[in-house]
Design a protein around this ligand. Sequence first.
Ligand code: SF4
Length: 190
Amino acid sequence: MGELITLQGSEQGFVTTRVNDLLGWARKYSLFAYPFVTACCGMEFMALASPRFDISRFGAEAPRFSPRQADLLWVVGTISQRQAPVLRRIYEQMMEPKWVLAFGTCASTGGFYDNYTTVAGIDKLVPTDVYIPGCPPRPEAVIDGLLLLQDKIASGDRTPGVVKPREDPVSRDLVPLRKKREGAPTGRTS
Ligand code: SF4
């Protein structure tokens, strides 16, 4: 979105710029991540930094272990009620503007831990920008989530987004299975 700049002393704006676009472009490629890693999703989080997936291609590989130097909070894994105030405190200490990614089903919804010790999704604690489902999510899905977030940063969109599967699981899993069954011998003799 463009921005109208009015110089002091003039009665009316006379220059239209794309300052917000420029800021959005710069911010989306200079993310400083704070990884809040609590559980098994951490294995896939580590894979992101490997040469195969190479998250540095997207300008988001630099971790910061002080929240005051970070603007992207990766919440990776299950969050217990005991960890909840810590996560909230870390979010509050981060600088503005800041964004939050829920990495995996546990961070997004609590996952299968339907019990009194587990937070049923980090959005109960911190405003969440992008949810990445999966137990754990594949690195490709995480990259999709990061790209979705970068699009939102560039456009100034703060509505939450959810990463969709790249493939339709029905056509991927069930159709080949059905074909296999149809082609398989039935075992009948008559
Ligand atoms: S989503 Fe699955 S892999 Fe990730 S932390 Fe929860 S149980 Fe572990």
